[in-house]
Design a protein around this ligand. Sequence first.
Ligand SMILES: Nc1ncnc2c1ncn2[C@@H]1O[C@H](COP(=O)(O)OP(=O)(O)OP(=O)(O)O)[C@@H](O)[C@H]1O
Length: 319
Amino acid sequence: MSRSACLIFNPVAGQGDPELELDQIRSILEPEIELDIYFTTEEVDADELARAAVERGVEAIIASGGDGTLSAAAAAVVNTNIPFGIISRGTANAFAAALTIPDTIADACQTILQGKTRAVDVAYCNERLMVLLVGIGFEAGTVEKADRNAKNRLGMMAYILAGIQELGNLQKFAVEIETEDKIIQTIASAVTVANAAPATSVLAHGPAGIIFDDGLLDLTIVAPENKTGAIAATFHLFQTATAGTPVERDDIGYLRAKTFKITTEPPQKVVIDGEVVGTTPVEINCIPEGLRVFVPSVAEDIPTEKLEGLPNLTVEMKD
Ligand SMILES: Nc1ncnc2c1ncn2[C@@H]1O[C@H](COP(=O)(O)OP(=O)(O)OP(=O)(O)O)[C@@H](O)[C@H]1O
Protein backbone atom coordinates (compact mmCIF):
# COMPACT_ATOMS: atom_id res chain seq x y z
CA MET A 1 0.00 0.00 0.00
CA SER A 2 1.64 3.23 -1.12
CA ARG A 3 -1.16 5.79 -0.90
CA SER A 4 -2.55 7.53 2.16
CA ALA A 5 -5.29 10.07 2.81
CA CYS A 6 -7.10 11.88 5.58
CA LEU A 7 -10.83 11.02 5.52
CA ILE A 8 -13.11 13.64 7.08
CA PHE A 9 -16.51 12.07 7.80
CA ASN A 10 -19.71 13.82 8.90
CA PRO A 11 -21.64 11.20 10.93
CA VAL A 12 -24.97 13.08 10.76
CA ALA A 13 -25.12 13.99 7.05
CA GLY A 14 -27.91 12.74 4.82
CA GLN A 15 -30.52 10.14 5.61
CA GLY A 16 -28.45 6.94 5.45
CA ASP A 17 -26.91 4.75 8.18
CA PRO A 18 -23.50 6.39 8.86
CA GLU A 19 -21.93 3.24 10.34
CA LEU A 20 -22.80 1.17 7.28
CA GLU A 21 -21.68 3.98 4.99
CA LEU A 22 -18.31 4.30 6.72
CA ASP A 23 -17.84 0.51 6.57
CA GLN A 24 -18.55 0.62 2.85
CA ILE A 25 -16.04 3.44 2.27
CA ARG A 26 -13.36 1.62 4.30
CA SER A 27 -13.97 -1.70 2.57
CA ILE A 28 -13.45 -0.12 -0.86
CA LEU A 29 -10.63 2.32 -0.11
CA GLU A 30 -8.54 0.65 2.61
CA PRO A 31 -7.13 -2.17 0.49
CA GLU A 32 -5.30 0.54 -1.50
CA ILE A 33 -5.24 3.69 0.61
CA GLU A 34 -4.18 4.01 4.24
CA LEU A 35 -6.95 6.14 5.80
CA ASP A 36 -6.58 8.46 8.76
CA ILE A 37 -10.22 9.00 9.77
CA TYR A 38 -11.61 12.08 11.58
CA PHE A 39 -15.26 12.76 12.47
CA THR A 40 -16.88 16.17 12.38
CA THR A 41 -18.79 17.17 15.52
CA GLU A 42 -21.15 20.02 16.32
CA GLU A 43 -18.13 21.97 17.63
CA VAL A 44 -15.37 20.85 15.23
CA ASP A 45 -16.27 21.24 11.60
CA ALA A 46 -14.73 19.90 8.42
CA ASP A 47 -12.82 23.12 7.78
CA GLU A 48 -10.88 22.82 11.05
CA LEU A 49 -10.15 19.12 10.48
CA ALA A 50 -9.01 19.76 6.90
CA ARG A 51 -6.75 22.67 8.01
CA ALA A 52 -5.05 20.38 10.52
CA ALA A 53 -4.62 17.73 7.79
CA VAL A 54 -3.02 20.29 5.46
CA GLU A 55 -0.61 21.26 8.26
CA ARG A 56 0.31 17.59 8.82
CA GLY A 57 1.21 17.48 5.11
CA VAL A 58 -1.18 14.69 4.12
CA GLU A 59 -1.04 13.18 0.63
CA ALA A 60 -4.77 13.63 -0.07
CA ILE A 61 -7.91 14.81 1.71
CA ILE A 62 -11.23 13.04 1.26
CA ALA A 63 -14.42 14.61 2.60
CA SER A 64 -17.62 12.65 3.10
CA GLY A 65 -20.89 14.32 4.04
CA GLY A 66 -23.38 16.75 2.61
CA ASP A 67 -22.53 19.87 0.62
CA GLY A 68 -21.87 21.80 3.86
CA THR A 69 -19.13 19.37 4.88
CA LEU A 70 -17.61 19.26 1.40
CA SER A 71 -17.55 23.04 1.09
CA ALA A 72 -16.01 23.51 4.56
CA ALA A 73 -13.27 20.95 3.86
CA ALA A 74 -12.56 22.39 0.42
CA ALA A 75 -11.96 25.81 2.00
CA ALA A 76 -8.86 24.46 3.71
CA VAL A 77 -7.57 22.62 0.64
CA VAL A 78 -7.77 25.53 -1.85
CA ASN A 79 -4.42 26.59 -3.31
CA THR A 80 -2.53 23.75 -1.54
CA ASN A 81 -2.36 21.43 -4.59
CA ILE A 82 -3.41 18.57 -2.29
CA PRO A 83 -5.88 16.37 -4.23
CA PHE A 84 -9.40 16.50 -2.83
CA GLY A 85 -11.77 13.51 -2.88
CA ILE A 86 -15.54 13.84 -2.63
CA ILE A 87 -17.88 11.16 -1.25
CA SER A 88 -21.35 12.72 -1.14
CA ARG A 89 -23.79 11.49 1.50
CA GLY A 90 -25.99 14.57 1.83
CA THR A 91 -29.46 15.63 0.84
CA ALA A 92 -28.90 17.69 -2.28
CA ASN A 93 -25.40 16.54 -3.31
CA ALA A 94 -25.03 19.58 -5.56
CA PHE A 95 -21.23 19.40 -5.28
CA ALA A 96 -21.00 16.03 -6.98
CA ALA A 97 -23.62 16.89 -9.61
CA ALA A 98 -21.97 20.21 -10.50
CA LEU A 99 -18.46 18.75 -10.76
CA THR A 100 -19.68 15.57 -12.56
CA ILE A 101 -18.52 13.27 -9.77
CA PRO A 102 -20.59 10.13 -9.05
CA ASP A 103 -22.93 10.50 -6.07
CA THR A 104 -23.06 6.87 -4.95
CA ILE A 105 -20.54 5.83 -2.30
CA ALA A 106 -19.22 2.93 -4.39
CA ASP A 107 -18.63 4.97 -7.55
CA ALA A 108 -17.25 7.97 -5.66
CA CYS A 109 -14.70 5.67 -3.97
CA GLN A 110 -13.77 4.12 -7.33
CA THR A 111 -13.17 7.64 -8.68
CA ILE A 112 -10.70 8.29 -5.85
CA LEU A 113 -8.99 4.91 -6.38
CA GLN A 114 -8.52 5.69 -10.09
CA GLY A 115 -6.44 8.68 -8.99
CA LYS A 116 -7.20 11.05 -11.86
CA THR A 117 -7.47 14.70 -10.78
CA ARG A 118 -8.65 17.88 -12.50
CA ALA A 119 -8.07 21.50 -11.52
CA VAL A 120 -11.34 23.38 -11.03
CA ASP A 121 -11.96 27.07 -10.41
CA VAL A 122 -13.26 28.30 -7.08
CA ALA A 123 -14.13 31.81 -5.88
CA TYR A 124 -14.07 33.90 -2.74
CA CYS A 125 -17.24 35.70 -1.69
CA ASN A 126 -16.34 38.25 1.00
CA GLU A 127 -13.33 36.09 1.95
CA ARG A 128 -15.41 32.94 2.25
CA LEU A 129 -14.81 30.10 -0.20
CA MET A 130 -17.44 29.31 -2.80
CA VAL A 131 -17.06 26.29 -5.03
CA LEU A 132 -20.55 26.22 -6.50
CA LEU A 133 -22.65 29.33 -6.21
CA VAL A 134 -23.78 32.36 -4.30
CA GLY A 135 -27.53 33.04 -4.11
CA ILE A 136 -28.80 36.52 -3.23
CA GLY A 137 -32.44 37.09 -2.33
CA PHE A 138 -34.89 34.26 -3.03
CA GLU A 139 -32.60 31.33 -2.20
CA ALA A 140 -32.05 32.18 1.49
CA GLY A 141 -35.72 31.63 2.36
CA THR A 142 -35.63 28.22 0.68
CA VAL A 143 -32.49 27.14 2.53
CA GLU A 144 -33.82 28.38 5.90
CA LYS A 145 -37.13 26.55 5.49
CA ALA A 146 -35.40 23.26 4.53
CA ASP A 147 -33.90 22.75 8.00
CA ARG A 148 -32.35 19.56 9.42
CA ASN A 149 -35.76 18.24 10.54
CA ALA A 150 -37.42 18.83 7.19
CA LYS A 151 -34.47 17.24 5.35
CA ASN A 152 -34.55 14.18 7.63
CA ARG A 153 -38.28 13.76 7.02
CA LEU A 154 -38.46 14.65 3.34
CA GLY A 155 -34.97 14.50 1.81
CA MET A 156 -34.65 16.49 -1.44
CA MET A 157 -38.41 17.18 -1.38
CA ALA A 158 -37.75 19.53 1.58
CA TYR A 159 -35.96 21.95 -0.76
CA ILE A 160 -38.64 21.72 -3.46
CA LEU A 161 -41.50 22.37 -1.02
CA ALA A 162 -39.58 25.22 0.60
CA GLY A 163 -39.04 26.75 -2.86
CA ILE A 164 -42.76 26.57 -3.67
CA GLN A 165 -43.63 28.15 -0.29
CA GLU A 166 -41.10 30.92 -0.90
CA LEU A 167 -42.71 31.87 -4.23
CA GLY A 168 -45.62 33.18 -2.12
CA ASN A 169 -43.22 35.61 -0.36
CA LEU A 170 -41.49 36.88 -3.47
CA GLN A 171 -39.63 40.11 -2.64
CA LYS A 172 -38.09 42.56 -5.10
CA PHE A 173 -34.97 44.58 -4.43
CA ALA A 174 -32.83 47.14 -6.22
CA VAL A 175 -29.44 45.75 -7.23
CA GLU A 176 -26.20 47.24 -8.51
CA ILE A 177 -23.72 44.86 -10.12
CA GLU A 178 -20.17 45.98 -10.91
CA THR A 179 -17.82 43.82 -13.04
CA GLU A 180 -14.33 44.49 -14.44
CA ASP A 181 -15.89 46.52 -17.23
CA LYS A 182 -19.46 47.58 -16.39
CA ILE A 183 -21.93 48.66 -13.75
CA ILE A 184 -25.52 47.42 -14.05
CA GLN A 185 -28.52 48.59 -12.04
CA THR A 186 -31.89 46.84 -12.07
CA ILE A 187 -34.66 45.37 -9.93
CA ALA A 188 -34.52 41.64 -9.12
CA SER A 189 -35.96 38.90 -6.94
CA ALA A 190 -32.93 36.62 -7.22
CA VAL A 191 -29.31 37.14 -8.25
CA THR A 192 -27.11 34.05 -8.52
CA VAL A 193 -23.38 33.94 -9.20
CA ALA A 194 -22.21 30.47 -10.22
CA ASN A 195 -18.80 28.89 -10.65
CA ALA A 196 -20.32 25.42 -11.02
CA ALA A 197 -23.99 24.50 -10.77
CA PRO A 198 -26.05 21.33 -11.03
CA ALA A 199 -29.09 21.50 -13.32
CA THR A 200 -31.30 21.51 -10.19
CA SER A 201 -29.95 24.95 -9.21
CA VAL A 202 -32.25 26.46 -11.80
CA LEU A 203 -31.78 30.08 -10.69
CA ALA A 204 -28.13 29.87 -11.81
CA HIS A 205 -28.91 28.73 -15.34
CA GLY A 206 -29.44 31.91 -17.36
CA PRO A 207 -26.54 31.06 -19.71
CA ALA A 208 -26.40 27.86 -21.75
CA GLY A 209 -23.63 26.23 -19.76
CA ILE A 210 -21.67 26.95 -16.60
CA ILE A 211 -18.08 25.92 -17.07
CA PHE A 212 -16.11 25.29 -13.88
CA ASP A 213 -12.63 25.68 -15.31
CA ASP A 214 -12.89 28.72 -17.59
CA GLY A 215 -11.60 31.28 -15.06
CA LEU A 216 -14.99 33.06 -15.12
CA LEU A 217 -18.20 33.26 -13.09
CA ASP A 218 -21.76 33.36 -14.48
CA LEU A 219 -24.33 35.73 -13.01
CA THR A 220 -28.07 35.25 -13.54
CA ILE A 221 -30.67 37.89 -12.63
CA VAL A 222 -34.30 36.79 -12.23
CA ALA A 223 -36.75 39.67 -12.09
CA PRO A 224 -40.36 38.47 -12.43
CA GLU A 225 -43.25 40.95 -12.14
CA ASN A 226 -45.32 38.78 -9.80
CA LYS A 227 -45.86 35.24 -8.51
CA THR A 228 -47.27 33.99 -11.83
CA GLY A 229 -44.26 35.45 -13.64
CA ALA A 230 -41.96 33.80 -11.10
CA ILE A 231 -43.50 30.39 -11.74
CA ALA A 232 -43.22 30.90 -15.52
CA ALA A 233 -39.59 32.11 -15.19
CA THR A 234 -38.66 29.16 -12.96
CA PHE A 235 -40.24 26.71 -15.39
CA HIS A 236 -38.42 28.32 -18.32
CA LEU A 237 -35.10 28.13 -16.39
CA PHE A 238 -35.79 24.49 -15.60
CA GLN A 239 -36.42 23.71 -19.27
CA THR A 240 -33.38 25.60 -20.56
CA ALA A 241 -31.09 24.19 -17.83
CA THR A 242 -32.16 20.68 -18.77
CA ALA A 243 -31.77 21.34 -22.50
CA GLY A 244 -28.46 23.23 -22.08
CA THR A 245 -29.76 26.30 -23.95
CA PRO A 246 -29.71 29.97 -22.86
CA VAL A 247 -32.85 31.64 -21.47
CA GLU A 248 -35.05 33.81 -23.69
CA ARG A 249 -37.28 35.84 -21.36
CA ASP A 250 -37.17 39.57 -20.72
CA ASP A 251 -37.35 39.02 -16.96
CA ILE A 252 -34.15 36.92 -16.89
CA GLY A 253 -30.68 38.26 -17.70
CA TYR A 254 -27.16 36.88 -17.47
CA LEU A 255 -23.52 37.90 -17.86
CA ARG A 256 -20.06 36.44 -17.34
CA ALA A 257 -17.08 38.06 -15.54
CA LYS A 258 -14.10 37.36 -13.25
CA THR A 259 -15.28 39.68 -10.48
CA PHE A 260 -18.65 40.90 -9.25
CA LYS A 261 -19.37 43.57 -6.64
CA ILE A 262 -23.04 43.40 -5.72
CA THR A 263 -25.01 45.79 -3.53
CA THR A 264 -28.75 45.69 -2.93
CA GLU A 265 -31.36 47.98 -1.42
CA PRO A 266 -32.60 46.78 1.01
CA PRO A 267 -29.79 44.37 2.02
CA GLN A 268 -30.50 40.74 1.08
CA LYS A 269 -29.49 37.47 2.69
CA VAL A 270 -26.65 35.62 0.97
CA VAL A 271 -26.36 31.84 0.54
CA ILE A 272 -22.91 30.41 -0.26
CA ASP A 273 -22.81 26.79 -1.42
CA GLY A 274 -26.12 26.06 0.31
CA GLU A 275 -25.52 27.85 3.65
CA VAL A 276 -26.99 31.23 4.63
CA VAL A 277 -23.94 33.31 5.60
CA GLY A 278 -24.78 36.96 5.98
CA THR A 279 -26.15 39.76 3.86
CA THR A 280 -25.21 41.96 0.91
CA PRO A 281 -23.02 43.76 -0.13
CA VAL A 282 -20.72 41.05 -1.50
CA GLU A 283 -17.58 40.98 -3.58
CA ILE A 284 -16.94 37.75 -5.48
CA ASN A 285 -13.59 36.95 -7.13
CA CYS A 286 -12.80 33.89 -9.23
CA ILE A 287 -9.66 31.89 -8.32
CA PRO A 288 -8.80 29.98 -11.51
CA GLU A 289 -7.88 26.31 -10.94
CA GLY A 290 -7.79 26.75 -7.15
CA LEU A 291 -8.83 23.19 -6.26
CA ARG A 292 -7.53 19.83 -7.50
CA VAL A 293 -10.36 17.30 -7.37
CA PHE A 294 -10.47 13.54 -8.02
CA VAL A 295 -12.70 13.02 -11.07
CA PRO A 296 -13.81 9.94 -13.01
CA SER A 297 -11.19 8.84 -15.52
CA VAL A 298 -13.86 8.35 -18.15
CA ALA A 299 -15.42 11.75 -18.69
CA GLU A 300 -19.19 11.56 -18.85
CA ASP A 301 -19.36 13.13 -22.30
CA ILE A 302 -22.62 13.66 -24.09
CA PRO A 303 -22.83 10.77 -26.58
CA THR A 304 -22.47 11.73 -30.23
CA GLU A 305 -24.01 8.54 -31.53
CA LYS A 306 -26.97 6.35 -30.55
CA LEU A 307 -28.08 3.63 -32.94
CA GLU A 308 -29.13 0.70 -30.74
CA GLY A 309 -32.83 0.01 -30.70
CA LEU A 310 -33.40 1.01 -34.35
CA PRO A 311 -35.47 -1.57 -36.28
CA ASN A 312 -33.54 -4.15 -38.35
CA LEU A 313 -30.28 -2.39 -37.47
CA THR A 314 -27.01 -3.60 -38.97
CA VAL A 315 -23.76 -1.74 -38.51
CA GLU A 316 -20.77 -2.70 -40.63
CA MET A 317 -17.37 -1.29 -39.75
CA LYS A 318 -15.30 -0.26 -42.75
CA ASP A 319 -11.59 -1.17 -42.91
N1 LIG B 1 -21.29 15.11 14.71
C1 LIG B 1 -22.12 16.10 14.42
N2 LIG B 1 -23.22 16.34 15.18
C2 LIG B 1 -24.09 17.32 14.86
N3 LIG B 1 -23.93 18.16 13.80
C3 LIG B 1 -22.86 17.98 13.00
C4 LIG B 1 -21.91 16.95 13.26
N4 LIG B 1 -20.94 17.01 12.31
C5 LIG B 1 -21.28 18.03 11.49
N5 LIG B 1 -22.43 18.63 11.90
C6 LIG B 1 -23.13 19.72 11.23
O1 LIG B 1 -23.58 19.25 9.96
C7 LIG B 1 -23.75 20.37 9.08
C8 LIG B 1 -23.29 20.01 7.70
O2 LIG B 1 -24.13 19.02 7.20
P1 LIG B 1 -23.94 18.58 5.69
O3 LIG B 1 -24.18 19.72 4.78
O4 LIG B 1 -22.67 17.86 5.56
O5 LIG B 1 -25.09 17.50 5.51
P2 LIG B 1 -26.63 17.62 5.06
O6 LIG B 1 -27.22 18.80 5.75
O7 LIG B 1 -27.25 16.30 5.26
O8 LIG B 1 -26.53 17.79 3.52
P3 LIG B 1 -26.98 18.92 2.50
O9 LIG B 1 -26.04 20.08 2.74
O10 LIG B 1 -26.78 18.27 1.15
O11 LIG B 1 -28.40 19.23 2.78
C9 LIG B 1 -22.92 21.51 9.68
O12 LIG B 1 -23.81 22.49 10.12
C10 LIG B 1 -22.19 20.87 10.88
O13 LIG B 1 -22.05 21.76 11.96
